[in-house]
Ligand binder design. Structure first.
Ligand code: DC
Length: 238
């Protein structure tokens, strides 16, 4: 089967990474969580006091130290997925907390941060056979991806999912608090100047408010099978 690039974009907590992991597992592809990369840079900013009391990022200071920030991935032998590594330290767990979640939109709005992350995302995906999820993958990182998905889901469903994710890690927040944080992040993601979250014209919308994980996977595998069929048809006509 021809190796392709699969770009998955959408709002926060729409189940992008769950679907991306399942797809990568099924197809034997690499999964790259680009949100984790922006989260790792945010963690660096917190650790290095680049956040002021008003919770603003000391932007120029962060830009100045960007060459010192190395974000990579390493395979976790238990989960069989890649964990994000910040300057040699596995931070997969630390980046999922509320503090990073509430600051990451500010960090990911900085042009220089995005340029650095996008360059490394393109390098990670250059051999195809990759499922990458984020906000600008189909529009900016891989505008020629063979398959683009744009995921949406009901805000209540999303907040509940995120709340469950937090509580499974021993962090307890009210549904309202989680929903507010999500919607704030959506607003920041769609309204920023640099590569805002938008749906690519050729993306397939997937609303998973009422779909099980299996149903979503089945839906996408069917899309991929159709793609392979179309590309074989095209080749046979040339
Ligand atoms: O997918 P996530 O919630 O882990 O992403 C964290 C933040 O990073 C999100 O608020 C927006 C930003 N992000 C981005 O701007 N571009 C991407 N490709 C991925 C994430």
């Amino acid at each position: 089967m021809q190796k392709i690039t699969i770009a998955i974009d959408g709002y926060s907590s729409c189940g992008k990474s769950t679907l991306a992991k399942a797809l990568a597992h099924k197809l034997g592809y690499n999964y790259i969580d680009t949100g984790a990369m922006y989260r790792a840079v945010t963690l660096y900013a917190i650790q290095n006091k680049l956040v002021d009391e008003a919770q603003n990022i000391r932007q120029q200071d962060l830009i100045n130290v960007l060459p010192l920030i190395d974000v990579s991935f390493e395979l976790n032998s238990h989960t069989h997925h890649s964990d994000v590594v910040l300057n040699g330290v596995n931070v997969e767990h630390e980046i999922r907390g509320m503090e990073v979640s509430n600051l990451v939109s500010k960090v990911s709005a900085i042009k220089e941060v995005r340029e650095k992350m996008v360059a490394s995302q393109r390098a990670l995906g250059k051999r195809k056979a990759v499922v990458m999820d984020g906000r600008d993958i189909g529009t900016h990182v891989f505008p020629k991806a063979e398959l683009k998905l744009f995921m949406i889901a009901d805000p209540d469903v999303r907040a509940k999912r995120r709340q469950d994710e937090f509580s499974s890690k021993g962090q307890y927040f009210s549904t309202d608090e989680v929903e507010m944080s999500l919607l704030k992040r959506d607003m920041a993601d769609i309204s920023r100047e640099e590569s805002p979250l938008t749906q690519a014209d050729d993306a397939v919308i997937l609303d998973n408010s009422e779909l099980s994980r299996e149903e979503q996977l089945e839906f996408v595998l069917k899309l991929i099978a159709d793609l392979q069929f179309i590309s074989r048809e095209e080749q046979s006509h040339h």
